[in-house]
Design a protein around this ligand. Structure first.
Ligand code: IPE
Ligand code: IPE
Ligand code: MG
Ligand code: MG
Length: 294
């Protein structure tokens, strides 16, 4: 596990992912009927930074089951595009009302609220086109269904709704919200990668479990960074969760217990990789990266 160099893996694959995302943007811009201001705002949102964790997770999952990463690059972009849309809507005044994202003005600050709503609509819709074009024919229906389930009403959107409604009053309820708003897309990335890499049912289950546990750990780690006011690691201003009354794990249980829970989740994520052997060392290194962020 120690031997896997996640940094150089990222340096190897991130340019491929970015290039593929750029190609998608170019294709949409070239479509007759795509308004230029929409294309410009979409470009701003998709190509303006971000760690590309979800595409990287797709590739690491493919690798974990012995597949070829190159085959997953195009499909992995669909998840980054969905993630990008979710951040645009998440930052809107009606939601988290955040002015800065990825170190720059958030989409609605740069292009106005109406455009930000429509950028999100456009990205979510185009993402399914990207997925349908990228996944080999026998798996398209399965992949579309997986992504719809994870990103949709019982997944990311459902979690965002419960976050905004602030219904959670226990840490277990907070976890349920975060399992949907954040971890569902992690799980999706792992399952999609597994599918593209030809994973069997047991491998798929292991990858999905890892994604779900790591996703929840990631949200807790992210909330810890915000809680501690660590803007540099976070890439955006802190304090907004508290100001909005958002229920976060550290706000409810305190910093120490949040770190402990995060650590337990990382352990659970690593444990679920056991059936996968050395191929999953990249995923192990990713779990380590999430833990070290805290
Ligand atoms: C931020 O996700 C939102 C959460 C789910 C906590 P990332 O930390 O992956 O954001 P980017 O893509 O790198 O900006
Ligand atoms: C991010 O939620 C989850 C989604 C966008 C689906 P947060 O509101 O906690 O993330 P940040 O803090 O804005 O990145
Ligand atoms: Mg939010
Ligand atoms: Mg937010």
């Amino acid at each position: 596990m120690d031997s896997f160099d996640l940094d150089s893996y990222r340096r190897q694959w991130q340019p491929r992912i970015d290039a593929e995302l750029g190609k998608n943007l170019q294709e949409w811009e070239a479509l007759q009927g795509c308004p230029r201001p929409l294309a410009e705002a979409m470009r701003y949102v998709v190509l303006g930074g971000g760690k590309r964790l979800r595409p990287l997770m797709v590739l690491l999952a493919i690798r974990a089951v012995g597949g070829e990463e190159e085959r997953g690059v195009r499909a992995s972009c669909a998840l980054e595009i969905i993630h990008a849309y979710s951040l645009v809507h998440d930052d809107l005044p009606a939601m988290d009302d955040d002015d800065v994202r990825r170190g720059k003005p958030s989409c609605h600050r740069a292009y106005g609220e109406a455009m930000a709503v429509l950028v999100g609509d456009g990205l979510l819709t185009q993402a399914f086109g990207v997925l349908a074009d990228a996944v080999p024919a026998p798996d398209v229906a399965r992949a579309v269904s997986l992504v719809a389930r994870c990103a949709g009403t019982a997944g990311m959107v459902g979690g965002q709704v419960d976050d905004v409604l602030e219904t959670a009053s226990t840490t277990a309820e907070v976890e349920s919200v975060h399992r949907r708003k954040t971890a569902a897309l992690f799980e999706c990335a792992l399952a999609l990668g597994g599918m593209l890499g030809g994973a069997g049912p047991a491998e798929l289950a292991a990858l999905s479990k890892y994604g779900a546990e790591l996703g929840l750990a990631y949200q807790i780690a992210d909330d810890l960074l915000a809680f501690k006011g660590n803007q540099d690691v976070l890439g955006r201003p802190t304090g907004s969760d508290e100001a909005k009354g958002r229920r976060t794990y550290p706000a409810m249980a305190g910093e120490d217990q949040a770190r402990q829970r995060c650590r337990d989740l990382i352990h659970a994520a690593l444990e679920s990789l056991e059936p996968l052997g050395a191929g999953a060392d990249g995923l192990r290194a990713l779990a380590d990266f999430v833990w070290k962020r805290t």
